[in-house]
Design a protein around this ligand. Structure first.
Ligand code: SF4
Length: 267
């Protein structure tokens, strides 16, 4: 196809040159065969460029109101609201005898949480482990010892911090809390936050981050930026147990803790 088109154009050009007669200098060039690729390029329709797809941006999590209810999973019965006391000690008494979910039947002790009202930082983990279940205190096992070192690295003491969990009783086998337990226990943590009024909240791990941000995103997506729960700044980072399993994550956790320190300095 291309050689025929070239020949046709060359014939037309030769006839034009003959008519014009004066343009002899052009004849050698016109007699020369026209390279096929040049023709193909010239005749080819202009390439149609695909429009660049618009970048897809992940929606930023909305600030979570301080009283945001934890959504119940489909088929999960919403338990009756518990008695939410006016102060932390009374609330502790209520939680110590709680039987709102099945974890009441497998726990040794309720792990309510500990720390001062008006704490500088409130750390929230997902649930008690074996040693916490035995002692009734939060974060006392190997992960708790690492949390202590993280607090020291922030130039704080454990006495400056309030430490609690999303569920107050140990899930069997340290299982990740299921919605039935989280929904049943949610009013206690919400009330704890209201009563403690920390300057900064820190979510340790995905279950705590989901509870406090109201999202279903993982730590990887939520860490590294500031969130808010009501009017309280909220930072998401890795659970100390995850840092023990993968020490390479510690540098990311340290970046998150520096954000907490900056908030405490008012930066
Ligand atoms: S986990 Fe929470 S809701 Fe369930 S029994 Fe323990 S304190 Fe009550």
């Amino acid at each position: 196809m291309e050689p025929e088109i070239g020949k046709e154009i060359r014939d037309i050009a030769l006839r034009l040159a003959t008519v014009m007669e004066s343009d002899h200098d052009l004849l050698p060039h016109l007699r020369a065969p026209i390279p096929v690729p040049v023709l193909v390029d010239a005749l080819a329709p202009a390439p149609v460029r695909e429009p660049e797809p618009a970048p897809v941006r992940e929606p930023e999590p909305e600030p979570v109101p301080a009283h945001a209810p934890v959504p119940a999973a489909p088929g999960t019965a919403q338990p009756q609201p518990p008695d939410l006391s006016a102060d932390v000690l009374s609330l502790r008494d209520v939680v110590e005898t709680c039987a709102r979910c099945t974890l009441a039947g497998t726990r040794t002790r309720v792990v309510f949480g500990e720390g001062p009202v008006g704490a500088k930082v409130m750390f929230v983990g997902e649930g008690p482990g074996e040693q916490e279940d035995r002692t009734g205190r939060p974060f006392v096992g190997p992960a708790g010892q690492l949390l202590d070192r993280m607090i020291e690295a922030m130039k704080l003491g454990r006495g400056d911090c309030y430490i609690a969990n999303v569920v107050k009783c140990r899930p069997p086998g340290n299982a990740t809390p299921v919605p039935e337990w989280t929904v049943a226990c949610a009013p206690y943590l919400e009330r704890q936050i209201e009563l403690v009024r920390p300057r900064v909240l820190v979510a340790l791990g995905t279950p705590a981050a989901n509870f406090l941000t109201g999202t279903t995103l993982g730590v990887v997506r939520l860490r590294g930026r500031l969130h808010r729960r009501g009017d309280i700044p909220l930072v998401v980072t890795y659970h100390p147990a995850a840092l023990l399993r993968d020490p390479g994550l510690k540098r990311f956790a340290w970046e998150d803790l520096k954000m907490v320190m900056a908030r405490l300095r008012g930066v």
